[in-house]
Design a protein around this ligand. Structure first.
Ligand code: AOF
Ligand code: ZN
Length: 358
């Protein structure tokens, strides 16, 4: 199952709107087939592993990181494929939350006399597939908030200088993380101040997540890196009502997708932004700031994971804080996360914290 999970993780960022699943077929103690959900979400993991196993699948055990599907979608049900191949035992990490499947895949296997075990490494599967579960259960993608800051939690000097606070090793790790997400997301302030490309670089030929910018007024530079590369790697712009029609046309002309979102007060409603992204199929969003977007997501309890890169550098109170005002009175109101990982990375420290997932 650990192998099935790692095969599944290979698809992270490229299988949306589908979950990135892994499958391993074992016959007489030997691995005879492996599969991962293909880019774009199809074919599913199981038929690929079964194809590799061929006749050896008869009498074999299949380990799958998610309950095999039972619905007739764009591909036939994986449960049927396992039955037809003569698999005698299926071990599953976690049940599917898609209402078209949700227990029916397991029922179907059991009805055909297949021994079914569930819950093997379920916690790890719940973590790996959290984006898919959040999308099907809450209608929004999983959000990871990443910050690269000084020891005192600043992301730039008073003059806006931010390159570079962390070292090349940390920046490389960020690129690897981007590649495992469906989308990289920033607020308009960051898009204007940093003119970021938000692409994955220095990783060889790899998956490019799409770029999402959250901008109430769509006042973004039309000559910047995002605009220049919008034809190559998709750019989605979440904006508010009543934006200038010329700006819309200009961005559409560059190939950007415009996503109208609701306001709450004078700000874009972060819950609606994520709802729209979930409806569009996204399961895993990597938010790279800035301080306003980070505060609005944290304030609404919409962040599932924090990734912090901290440099041994002090910028001082005049620097730009990583997170804008949260308006908290009591410490008990502050969003708290559990430490999941801690390591040094070049001269910096990386910590990952997770929110208790549903
Ligand atoms: C599996 N194995 O590798 C994946 C599954 O739109 P469709 O027809 O491709 O079905 C998508 C649904 O299939 C998705 O919502 C989830 O329930 C399941 N994904 N199932 O047996 C896989 N990726
Ligand atoms: Zn399937």
């Amino acid at each position: 199952m650990a192998l099935a999970l790692s095969l599944g993780r290979r698809g992270q960022g490229r299988c949306w709107p589908n979950p990135a699943v892994g499958c391993v077929i074992v016959k007489d103690g030997r691995i005879v087939g492996r599969g991962s959900t293909a880019p774009g979400g199809r074919p599913h993991a199981e038929p690929q592993a079964l194809a590799q196993a061929g006749d050896l699948a008869r009498g074999a055990t299949a380990y799958v990181s998610l309950e095999p599907c039972s619905h007739h979608g764009k591909t036939p049900p994986c449960a049927d494929a396992l039955i037809a191949a003569g698999v005698v035992r299926v071990v599953v990490a976690i049940e599917d939350s898609d209402p078209r499947v949700s227990g029916q895949g397991l029922d179907r296997l059991r009805k055909h006399g297949i021994a079914v075990t569930t819950g093997v490494l379920a916690d790890r599967a719940a973590h790996d597939l959290a984006g898919f579960f959040l999308k099907t259960e809450q209608g929004r993608p999983m959000v990871t908030l990443k910050m690269a800051s000084s020891f005192d939690g600043r992301i730039a000097t008073a003059t806006g200088q931010s390159q570079w606070i962390t070292g090349p090793e940390a920046r490389r790790a960020v690129h690897a993380m981007r590649a495992r997400h469906d989308a990289v997301m920033v607020g308009a302030g960051t898009a204007r101040a940093d003119d970021p490309a938000l692409t994955v670089r220095g990783m060889g030929a790899t998956h490019q997540p799409l770029r999402v910018v959250v901008s109430r007024h769509l006042d973004l530079p039309l000559l910047g890196q995002l605009a220049r590369t919008a034809g190559e790697v998709p750019v989605w712009l979440c904006h508010g009502p009543g934006v200038d029609i010329e700006r819309c046309r200009a961005w559409e002309g560059l190939g950007a997708r415009l996503i109208p979102c609701a306001l709450r007060g004078s700000q874009l409603d972060p819950a609606d932004v994520l709802r729209q992204l979930g409806q569009a199929g996204l399961t895993r969003v990597f938010c790279e700031g800035g301080s306003a977007l980070a505060a609005s997501l944290l304030g609404d309890d919409l962040v599932d994971e924090l990734v912090g890169f901290t440099a041994g550098l002090a910028i001082g109170a005049e620097g730009l804080p990583a997170i804008g005002a949260l308006g908290l009175g009591q410490l008990t109101e502050a969003p708290r996360f559990d430490l999941a990982e801690l390591r040094t990375i070049g001269p910096d420290v990386m910590a990952r914290w997770t929110r208790a997932l549903p």
